[in-house]
Design a protein around this ligand. Structure first.
Ligand code: FPP
Ligand code: MG
Length: 483
């Protein structure tokens, strides 16, 4: 019902706000544009800038195939739904970052990568090398990172302890390409896992957001129904969890598991999309306000850290500041957590020391915040066809992102519209005009630029290399991208 309303309300693309200062181009063109934007400070050596795609093209071209190997199910329709988003060309920015960062980390001399023993083994050969006893007679799955995690007969109830013998056999061949490229097999697997988690979250997100398109095609919920899209997302997470466990690194397992929880926390913050008041125990569902059941007290529940007493928020400035804090926290959980923790995981797997690990985490965090803030800006400026998904959807979904928060700072009356989630006739248009009038998009871009600069600074902790230059380029291109 609500979806239909949203579709009906969608403005034709010509009504998009246009910021003439910036040219919007494809991600690839954005990379080229970014090349020109790179600060002279980072171009002082003979290192040539690389197209970020080409530096890990081998791994990137195999990404979808490797993921397909990981997610295979014996159920053909489940296979179809869970691989649906991998068929269309996505930005793949998360695995791209993990792979290039891994390559950049490999340039640190091994003598300085002694935080842990560098784990150069493939995900399937390590236990054999450590002499772990075999469980099964022969290995059906798991001779290489490319092998399926679960043979089809798992679906028919055969004891996985016998069938899955992924840890007992050495690999036939060592991953030569990985060795040449400096990317460890487990870092390559990490890139795949990150894309699987991200894709699972998109399948769920499109159900929650009542989306009708993604990557230029009908979204999963439209193509297959809500039920199948949700289950396929759950299935991807299940498969990703096995792959995470097989990295056999407790720190990395913890990091990646936390990202899944963070994604859900971020989405919950977005559902409420406001600083919670003590009295606010309601949630909107399909256009109706629903009461959330009171806690019985039998299970201890922590109060939300943003929950405030009505009287705590007194002046407009404090109110706006709290809203920005909430927005940035939500943005971290929803987008930057996966990027920051996967960058940290790549550094942990490389054996790098603590200061490098911390910089890699901060790089992912700053880049992730920049990425989502730009996304929120593009939601105001792009047309549906250029974006590959419905644009200008945030206001219609009642979401107050950076552009409108900047306008609200200047125009306190907008607080009423934000509070009622732009539900009254004309609210969306008033909000759009206010964003234009108070330069909300320019201020949002400035905010994103600051995070971009901070990410570039984090990268300087890594030795200079083509891979580092490629990461700098990619970081800049996040600012200039059009989708
Ligand atoms: C896209 O946001 C959505 C996310 C970045 C995360 C969504 C997270 C969940 C639905 C929680 C469940 C998580 C898992 C791992 C199953 P957007 O709506 O702003 O972007 P869009 O325009 O691309 O839809
Ligand atoms: Mg969405």
């Amino acid at each position: 019902m609500l979806r239909r309303t949203i579709l009906k309300q969608r403005q034709p693309s010509k009504s998009c706000l246009v910021i003439p200062k910036y040219t919007y181009s494809s991600f690839k063109t954005a990379v080229e544009t970014a090349e020109k934007l790179i600060s002279p400070q980072s171009t002082t050596t003979t290192t040539k800038f690389q197209d970020p795609f080409s530096i890990v093209s081998h791994e990137m071209s195999n990404l979808a195939k490797s993921i397909a190997n990981l997610i295979g199910s014996g159920h053909p329709t489940l296979n179809r739904v869970s691989s649906y988003y991998f068929e269309a060309e996505g930005k793949n920015v998360r695995p791209l970052i993990v792979l290039i960062l891994s390559k950049a980390l490999s340039k640190i001399p091994k003598s300085e990568r002694n935080r842990i023993i560098i784990d150069e083994f493939d995900v399937t050969e390590q236990e054999h090398i450590k002499g772990t006893p075999k469980y099964g007679q022969e290995s059906i799955a798991g001779n290489s990172v490319d092998d399926s995690l679960s043979p089809l007969n798992i679906l028919h109830g055969i004891n996985p302890r016998i069938i899955l013998d992924p840890l007992s056999k050495p690999m036939d061949k060592l991953p030569e390409m990985d060795k040449l490229n400096g990317i460890l097999p487990k870092q390559r697997r990490l890139a795949e896992i990150v894309e699987m988690i991200h894709t699972a979250s998109l399948l769920h997100d499109d159900v929650i957001d009542l989306s009708d398109s993604r990557r230029g095609r009908p979204s999963g919920n439209i193509a297959f129904t809500n039920k199948m899209a949700v289950l396929a997302g759950d299935f991807l997470l299940g498969r990703a969890s096995v792959a995470i466990a097989r990295l056999r690194n407790p720190e990395v397992i913890e990091l990646l598991s936390t990202t899944i929880a963070n994604l859900v926390e971020g989405e919950f913050m977005q559902l409420k999309n406001t600083v919670l008041s003590e009295k606010d125990n309601t949630i909107e569902n399909d256009g109706q306000i629903k009461n959330i059941p009171e806690a019985t007290g039998k299970v201890p529940t922590e109060k939300h850290e943003y929950r405030v007493n009505e009287q705590d928020i007194v002046d407009h400035e404090t109110n706006v500041q709290a809203a920005f804090e909430y927005y940035l926290h939500k943005t971290y959980l929803k987008t930057a957590s996966l990027m920051s923790k996967s960058c940290r995981a790549a550094a942990v797997l490389s054996g790098a020391q603590d200061p490098i690990i911390e910089n890699c985490y901060q790089f992912g965090r700053n880049l992730g915040l920049c990425f989502q803030i730009v996304d929120d800006m593009l939601d105001y400026t792009s047309s549906d066809s250029a974006f590959g998904k419905p644009s200008q959807a945030d206001l219609k979904l009642g979401l107050a992102t950076a552009p409108i928060l900047f306008a609200w700072k200047q125009e306190p009356k907008l607080g009423d519209l934000i509070a009622r989630k732009f539900k009254e006739t004309g609210d969306v248009e008033i909000a759009r005009r206010a964003v234009e009038k108070y330069n909300g998009l320019e201020k949002t871009r400035e905010m994103a630029t600051n995070y971009c600069m901070a990410a570039l600074k984090n990268l300087r902790s890594l030795p200079e290399s083509d891979a580092r230059s490629a990461l700098e380029l990619l970081t800049n291109s996040v600012l200039t991208r059009s989708k």
